[in-house]
Ligand binder design. Structure first.
Ligand code: ATP
Length: 892
């Protein structure tokens, strides 16, 4: 018999588990030994060896190796071995860089892997879905991705979208009764839920029947290896640029070789010099360094609680011009405490802090006993019956397991001495219509001890008011006329103006025979009971974050399902609403066409009473106005907006799997301030990439030009091939990496957002590369010429001086690259990685010059102290010249 044909109890027995308590730790251990981890096998990965070999598949490297082989055959052993050693070291470096990049990307994937809620040893836990075993009891609700194949044993309006398996895009309605047909196709298995499918409505609980490759999904695993987008636009642009640079570098190298040969150098020398130059001048390390800078930046973001799911988001973050953020939980603490209650014209105050269930009820200054106030007691009772939250204690602090709004209602009831256990002895909950943020309410159908049934609904007061026909007023049920309606509305507004979040409660008796099929039947003709108003204080750090965003040219818009007045008051406290902006409600949004919304969207600071469906329209309108939009969300219905925003952001704590999977950034702490931190980091990463692109390219330009000028002027070679390769390996590589770790300039968050189409060479970077490169070439040549003219016999000495000058000029120039302004605007010791990289490069250069054993390899001759004056002087010229010109320009 198959699991879907069995009764739940039989499945429980066969799989040796308990629906009440789940598996025990030792069961789990045993089952894991037997069946392994709940993982789908991944496709073949590139082996380490192949990755290493791939470092040498570059055309110029192959030419260099061939050339070296020839020089080896011609007897130039030392040169050949040295060049091969350098190529090998370069290869290893490339290999480790790529491995590191790959590993951090993998770690990233693991971090954002879905979680599953499982029952073990009688307690519910959240664990990575990989750790689930057969026999585990798991539960899930709207927005969750199912972590394994499951035989369902409880469902509440459960609907699951199974298109990945069945191709059917309409969600399947689930139930628990055994099915008879043993040949049923996947789509017909109503009492099963499958790994990888998505809960779109309701909730459920089931026993895991299959994991990993033994699931329906495992059988088609290769189909769902969805390739996440791992290449950023900048990387793509750099790749294209790389091709252009190769062509240019090769062209110039060819020119060097031809000029050299024309001016009497022998072909073989020029060939080897040319190839070395080409290898040095082609920035083959660039893509790997970019990936490392990106992934290190991503790790820094993780430390600040932001997980980047899609690498391109790192770049887009720096372009964000608008953040649309949820209010509850993201800008506020999501720690709700009921402070005011209203029913039938009376208002009560309730004391207490947080979720501590201690507090007293007052009318004005008079303490009262809630049991004596019938309407208050009813308001509290209904608030507790229509509620799933549980109060727990952790480290002496009361916390809520479940929805904080419901937590507040639970605590207000507890303060009046009500408990769920005692209520459940009097009332039986027959059916539930769960909360969703489009309806903005939820309902239960309950039956009391006398067999009377009624609906209890709780939700947004304005929504419930629209569905109510009567109201409890003065202990009596009264027809809800305009006057009473106005009275209720102004009470709601009064509470909302104190920044309180308001939840209304209503009910309706139902006849014995009445069948209630859906929420629409249940939630109409209600009797309005009252309102509970709760505080949800802003997170302390958010105000500052919003201010910093404004200084960075980024506008913050609050989007919330909450009441307009509550939202506006909180927006006021946070500095989003400053008096002139518009507050727009969902109802108004409905009536506006996209074009009309575009006209006004720039003036809106708060969208209130919106449904997730509205978010998409807001994103579109902002994008049509040319904005780069970051949009947060947590529910299933938020996914389309998250997906179409330029930066989709989901919540790590309250977010559903669906929202997380649609997003490119996850906030581990659900905190708005984390978005700002991520944007800051995003801008910084981009700036750092600019820094080392600038450094590497200017260095390469310098290297080519010194050779080219020398050949055009009919001079001997100013650098020998091994020296060129050395510069490429040591002087270029280490400091460039260190630039990738640089701290941001002070004003990064005071600049306007970067335009997303901005090219790599924008903001004068191209000019900086060419001008600095030119100067590096010129001073190196000058150093060479000065020494060579003094003593033309000792060419190797002049070459050593040129080598030292080239290295030193670059190592000074690297500090230039740290700033968009001038070298003097930054503390040179602000980036100790760079300081150490520069010191190591210098030491390695000195070794190559002064260690006798290395001198024949690098064709060097010890430089005399007096000549260092010349080298140091010339090396500083480009930096001072440019700092001076900047100063003059600024003055002008
Ligand atoms: P945000 O969109 O900023 O996260 P929100 O929590 O107010 O804010 P929704 O979750 O869409 O947005 O809630 C909309 C409204 O529905 C709330 O203002 C409240 O009146 C009502 N509501 C929220 N949670 C519940 C609940 N658990 N039961 C009944 N009604 C609720």
């Amino acid at each position: 018999m198959m699991f879907h044909e069995m009764k739940e109890k039989d499945v429980e027995k066969i799989l040796n588990t308990s629906i009440e308590n789940g598996l025990t730790a030792s069961d789990v251990e045993k089952k894991r030994k037997q069946f392994g981890w709940n993982e789908l096998q991944e496709g073949e990965k590139q082996s380490a060896f192949l990755l290493f070999i791939s470092q040498f598949k570059d055309f110029m490297i192959l030419v260099l190796l061939a050339a070296t082989l020839i020089s080896g055959l011609l007897g130039e052993y030392i040169d050949a071995i040295a060049i091969i050693a350098i190529v090998l070291i370069n290869g290893f470096l490339g290999f480790f860089q790529e491995r590191r990049a790959e590993k951090s990307l993998h770690a990233l994937k693991e971090l954002s892997a879905p979680q599953v809620t499982v029952l073990r040893d009688g307690q519910w836990h959240k664990i990575p879905s990989k750790e689930v075993v057969v026999g585990d009891i798991i539960r899930f609700s709207s927005g969750d991705r199912i972590g394994a194949d499951v035989r369902l044993v409880q469902t509440v309006n459960l609907e699951i979208e199974e298109s990945a398996l069945t191709g059917e895009s309409v969600p399947a309605v689930k139930s628990i009764a055994p099915l008879s047909n043993s040949h049923a196709s996947l789509g017909d298995l109503e009492n099963m839920a499958f790994m990888g499918t998505m809960v779109t409505r309701g909730n459920g609980l089931g026993i895991v029947t299959g994991i990993g490759m033994n699931t329906a999904m495992g059988k088609i695993a290769d189909m769902i290896q969805n390739a996440e987008n791992l290449v950023t636009p900048l990387q793509r642009r750099l790749e294209q640029l790389g091709k252009i640079l190769i062509t240019v570098a090769l062209g110039l190298t060819l020119l060097v070789v031809v000029a050299g040969v024309v001016h009497g150098h022998d072909l073989y020398t020029m060939f080897l010099a040319g190839v070395s130059l080409a290898v040095a001048a082609i920035p083959e390390g660039l893509p790997a360094i970019v990936t490392i800078a990106l992934s290190l930046g991503v790790q820094r973001m993780i430390r600040k609680n932001a997980i980047v799911r899609k690498l391109p988001a790192v770049e887009t973050l720096g372009c964000a011009s608008v953040i649309c953020s949820d209010k509850t939980g993201t800008m506020t603490q999501n720690k709700m405490t009921v402070t005011h209650l209203w029913s039938g014209g009376n208002t009560w105050n309730l004391t207490g802090t947080g979720y501590n269930p201690k507090g007293s009820f007052y009318i004005e200054d008079q303490e009262i006993t809630p049991q004596n106030e019938k309407s208050l007691y009813q308001l509290l009772t209904f608030g507790l019956l229509c509620n799933h939250a549980e109060l727990k204690k952790k480290d002496d602090e009361f916390i809520i397991d479940g929805d904080p709004t419901e937590g507040a209602l639970l605590v207000s009831a507890l303060k009046a001495g009500l408990t769920r256990d005692s209520l459940l002895k009097q009332f039986k909950i027959e059916k539930e219509f769960p909360f969703d943020s489009t309806r903005k309410m939820m309902s239960v159908i309950v039956k009391d001890k006398n067999g009377r049934r009624f609906v209890i609904t709780k939700g947004a007061p304005d929504v419930l008011l629209g569905l109510s026909e009567s109201v409890l007023w003065g202990g009596k049920q009264q027809y809800l006329n305009e006057e009473l309606k106005n009275a209720i509305e102004s009470s709601v507004e009064h509470l909302a103006s104190m920044a309180l979040r308001t939840i209304a409660i209503a009910f309706k008796p139902i006849q014995e025979q009445t069948v209630i099929l859906n929420e629409r039947d249940a939630e109409k003709g209600l009797t309005f009971v009252g309102i509970q108003g709760m505080i949800d204080p802003p997170r302390p750090e958010v105000k500052q974050a919003i201010k910093e965003c404004r200084e960075a040219g980024i506008k913050t818009i609050m989007i919330t399902g909450d009441h307009a007045i509550t939202a506006r008051s909180i927006a006021g406290q946070l500095g989003i609403f400053r008096g002139k902006e518009k507050v727009m409600e969902g109802a108004e949004l409905n009536n506006l066409s996209l074009d009309a919304l575009e006209e006004v969207v720039e003036d809106v600071a708060v969208f209130a009473r919106v449904s997730p469906e509205h978010k998409l329209k807001i994103v579109k309108a902002l994008q049509n106005r040319g904005h780069i939009v970051a949009m947060t969300g947590d529910g299933v219905n938020d996914a389309p907006a998250i997906k179409s925003a330029d930066i989709g952001i989901s919540m790590g704590i309250t977010g559903t799997d669906v929202a997380k999977e649609a997003s490119s950034l996850i906030l581990l702490d659900d905190n708005f301030a984390t978005i700002k931190a991520a944007i800051n980091e995003g801008r910084n990463i981009y700036e750092n990439i600019r820094k080392f692109v600038r450094y590497l390219l200017a260095s390469n330009v310098g290297e080519i030009l010194v050779m080219l000028f020398a050949m055009l002027l009919s001079l001997p070679l100013p650098l020998v091939p091994i020296q060129i390769l050395w510069v490429n390996l040591v002087t270029d590589g280490l400091p460039a990496m260190a630039l990738g770790l640089d701290k941001p300039e002070d004003d990064v968050m005071r600049r306007k957002p970067r335009h997303p189409k901005e090219g790599i060479f924008a903001r004068r970077l191209g000019w900086k590369v060419i001008s600095r490169g030119f100067l590096i070439g010129i001073v190196t040549l000058l150093a060479f010429l000065t020494i060579y003219h003094k003593n033309p016999e000792n060419l190797a000495y002049a070459q050593t001086v040129a080598f030292a000058t080239l290295v030193l000029t670059q190592l000074i120039h690297v500090f230039d690259c740290r700033s968009e302004k001038s070298i003097f605007s930054r503390n040179p010791f602000g980036n100790m990685y760079l300081v150490w990289a520069v010191i190591s490069s210098l030491l390695l250069m000195l070794l190559a010059i002064y260690v006798p054993a290395l001198q024949p390899i690098f064709h060097t001759i010890p430089i005399e102290p007096k000549d260092w004056m010349l080298i140091i002087g010339l090396s500083s010229v480009p930096t001072f010249l440019l700092a001076g010109s900047l100063f003059v320009r600024k003055k002008a």
